[in-house]
Write a protein that binds this ligand. Structure first.
Ligand code: PAF
Length: 286
């Protein structure tokens, strides 16, 4: 795997590849890779000639400076994992490469997509995500960008940014990769205690129950679906629910009736052992 630390050396290489007519797929990450990330890389490899993965712990998307300091950086292990799946290029820049002093950055109208859910819990987070993804896309100039469905709100916001840029980059939403018991893969899962790890799969079970309710009832109602979820969490002793919302998948606005939407998603975060577990299920997409 080729590793580049500077924008200039990476771009020199990418220029050669694009002159040779190669299609470039891009997978941005913050490292601490797990199987979910590798699935993004593998999907990108299937659809492109060369895959660029970036590992950059982006300081501008951390609203809590302690989180930034504590963020895991197992770079040797990450490199091995990328090599094991055959990723061709790793971009591993320092902060100064991504945010040089003279950088000119555009402003995007996120159409309110950054306000609910994660946006309300982590003010400024999505502004930082948009800044870094814009900058990385401007450097890599890929044909396709691969993002995980797990961060559904992030995916929607980047889709909005690309629309505003009139970008020709194809955005690919890669389904959530789960452990055998259904827990969505995340770098945070290792911070769960033994008990917490046993409890954690309840989140996906509740989301599945909701999906079943919505798709099996003749006239499902979001309010009833949410009440059902509340009851199930309570039954399993899970009380710390950060948010649990049924939203329109395009606007991220809360749905009061399923008839108002052709794309409904339930997004949730519960907290176990102080760890925020994020998950979502697409209820329907017509
Ligand atoms: O999802 C992530 O890991 C990050 O938010 C991203 C997209 C790599 C931007 O830093």
């Amino acid at each position: 795997m080729e590793i580049y630390n500077t924008v200039q050396t990476l771009q020199q290489r990418l220029y050669q590849l694009s002159r040779a007519g190669e299609k470039i797929g891009f997978v941005p990450t913050m490292g601490a890779l797990h199987e979910g990330h590798l699935t993004l890389i593998l999907d990108a490899m299937e659809e492109n000639d060369t895959v660029v993965c970036s590992i950059f712990v982006n300081p501008t998307q951390f609203n809590d400076p302690n989180d930034l300091i504590k963020y895991p950086r197992p770079i040797e292990k990450d490199i091995q994992m990328l090599q094991s799946v055959g990723c061709q290029i790793l971009f591993l820049p320092e902060v100064e490469e991504i945010y040089p002093k003279d950088l000119v950055e555009p402003e995007f109208d996120l159409n309110g997509l950054d306000l609910p859910m994660e946006g309300a819990k982590r003010p400024g987070h999505f502004k930082g995500v948009v800044r870094v993804v814009y900058r990385l896309l401007d450097i890599v100039k890929p044909d396709s960008l691969y993002l995980g469905q797990k961060d559904f709100q992030q995916y929607s916001i980047i889709a909005q940014m690309l629309r505003q840029m009139n970008s020709r980059i194809r955005l690919v939403r890669v389904p959530i990769v789960r452990e055998i018991d259904g827990l969505a893969m995340s770098s945070r899962n290792v911070r769960l205690s033994e008990n917490g790890r046993e409890l954690a799969p309840i989140l996906y079970k509740v989301l599945q129950e909701l999906e079943y309710y919505v798709n099996s009832q003749p006239f499902p109602i979001p309010k009833n679906a949410l009440a059902l979820a509340q009851e199930l969490f309570h039954k399993h002793g899970i009380e710390n629910i950060d948010y649990f919302e049924i939203v329109d998948g395009n606007t991220l606005k809360e749905l009061h009736s399923f008839e108002d939407s052709n794309f409904a998603v339930v997004c949730a975060v519960i907290i176990i052992d102080g760890v925020r577990l994020l998950d979502n299920v697409i209820l329907f997409e017509k």
